[in-house]
Design a protein around this ligand. Structure first.
Ligand SMILES: C[S@@+](CC[C@H](N)C(=O)[O-])C[C@H]1O[C@@H](n2cnc3c(N)ncnc32)[C@H](O)[C@@H]1O
Length: 429
């Protein structure tokens, strides 16, 4: 391989700098990839933004294996946050996953270690390239995640999670009118697991797809669509008022409104509320939107039903947001679990007697799901579980013995998997 250590700066370096900034934001500052994106990619445009994001996301999917590869040929391990290690991760992931030619991958990362060990980076990359090193077929999870999930769910789940992180997941759509599912399947292709659901493999950019502009469907993982499905259609007599708590950007609000409920959607994030309003506008669906903190706000009267899609560590959506595997630490899980308990307890007083409460989190941590429910039921004798029936779920996802839903990475694996969710449906006496 030619020596690129003294070559002039090639095109494409700003994109790799942006990828480095994204990785720094996630790994050093604990930011999410999504929130770091605007600042990190300010200097680049169009497809380069997409490439910077892809480089960072793929690096995060494969981080433990990339590091093992680097460590296998260095005499002493490079520090975790050394620029040299970051540059090597970025170069290697491009060659091994994104199909970038090796000369482009190495020449565009060397300027990232300016004033640092360029020769070392070049040497390590060259050694690995000549050895024809490959990444394992099943990616390795970061050790703390592997330990945590193995303790909670066992080895099989860890293996399935590794397989699930190898590539971004397929695209799931929720169809506003479930009766039109077959019609949309004929137009868009794909596979439907239940009325109102469509899963697509290869697809055009979402806004360019038929039906998006008219609001005939929205993007939502099959597991994420289950909490609102468990409330069913609004009762025909007198409609039915549902509070969608923690509602933005509105996937579940749209489902509830489409099912005939009178919806009040509450969320404390202004930017996410803006997206919720855009989604309502596009789909021609209605909800009363409230931008407020649920820990301070209260409804004027109790509701027939409440859906709490509680803020959580979001480890269940690691396939689309691989950053959670690296930045979600036990202290963050404990913090979000404490917030969930407060929201759960407060909202429980807002359900009419005989009304229904659905509690959900997109987390693979029992402390944000099963343990949260146990503590709630121990404190609230006025609530009991309304067991979920198999007929309410797609084949491949079965209710737990307790009558709740726990989706795990191994479920629907042959068809492209699903997000990790915990869902409980309760009735107030
Ligand atoms: C899991 S997300 C909701 C996703 C949404 N239900 C959907 O289907 O599109 C959790 C939401 O909780 C909101 N949130 C967090 N703490 C809150 C609080 N104290 N009061 C109101 N909303 C809160 C966040 O802004 C975030 O939008």
């Amino acid at each position: 391989m030619p020596d690129y250590t003294h070559a002039p700066e090639p095109l494409g370096v700003p994109t790799r700098r942006a990828a480095l900034r994204l990785l720094d934001a996630v790994l050093r500052r604990g930011e999410s990839l999504e929130s770091a994106l605007p600042a990190a990619t300010r200097a680049i445009h169009g497809p380069d933004r997409g490439l910077a994001h892809a480089i960072a996301a793929e690096t995060l999917r494969r981080l433990p294996d990339l590091d093992a590869m680097i460590d296998s040929v260095t005499k002493t391990n490079l520090p975790d946050d050394a620029k040299a290690r970051m540059a090597l991760r970025i170069a290697l992931v491009q060659v091994l996953i994104l199909g970038t030619p090796s000369h482009a991958a190495i020449s565009t990362v060397l300027p990232l270690v300016d004033g640092g060990p360029r020769k070392l980076v070049h040497g390590v990359f060259g050694t690995l390239f000549r050895a024809n090193m490959l990444l394992p077929e099943v990616p390795t999870l970061p050790a703390p995640v592997e330990l945590r999930w193995e303790a909670a769910w066992g080895e099989e789940m860890v293996d399935a999670a590794g397989r699930a992180i190898a590539a971004p997941p397929p695209l799931d759509l929720t169809i506003a009118d479930p009766a039109e599912t077959e019609g949309w399947r004929e137009k868009l292709g794909g596979e439907s697991f239940m009325p109102g659901h469509l899963r697509l493999g290869d697809h055009d950019s979402v806004p360019d797809m038929a039906g998006f502009g008219d609001g005939a469907w929205w993007v939502q993982d099959i597991a994420a669509s289950l909490p609102a499905r468990l409330l069913g259609k609004a009762p025909s007599e007198g409609g039915g008022h549902v509070l969608d708590l923690c509602a933005a950007p509105g996937g579940k609000t749209l489902q509830l409104a489409a099912a005939g409920w009178t919806v009040t959607s509450v969320d404390n994030s202004q930017s996410r509320i803006k997206r919720l309003r855009e989604n309502l506008y596009r789909t021609h669906l209605k909800s009363e939107v409230v931008n407020a903190d649920i820990l301070e706000w209260a409804p004027t009267e109790p509701a027939d039903a409440i859906l709490i899609d509680a803020p959580c560590s979001a480890t269940g959506i690691f396939r689309r947001h691989p950053d959670v595997l690296h930045r979600v630490r036990p202290s963050i899980i404990a913090e979000t679990a404490a917030l969930q308990a407060r929201i759960f307890a407060r909202a429980a007083d807002w359900v009419k007697p005989g009304g229904t409460l659905v509690y959900a989190t997109c987390s693979l941590e029992p402390s944000e799901g099963e343990a949260q429910l146990d503590a709630f039921l121990a404190a609230r004798s006025d609530y009991t579980i309304v067991p979920v029936e198999q007929a309410e779920l797609p084949a491949g996802i079965t209710p737990t013995e307790a009558g709740t839903v726990r989706t795990l990475p191994g479920m629907l694996a042959e068809q492209g998997g699903c997000d990790g969710f915990f869902i409980a449906r309760l009735k107030r006496s």
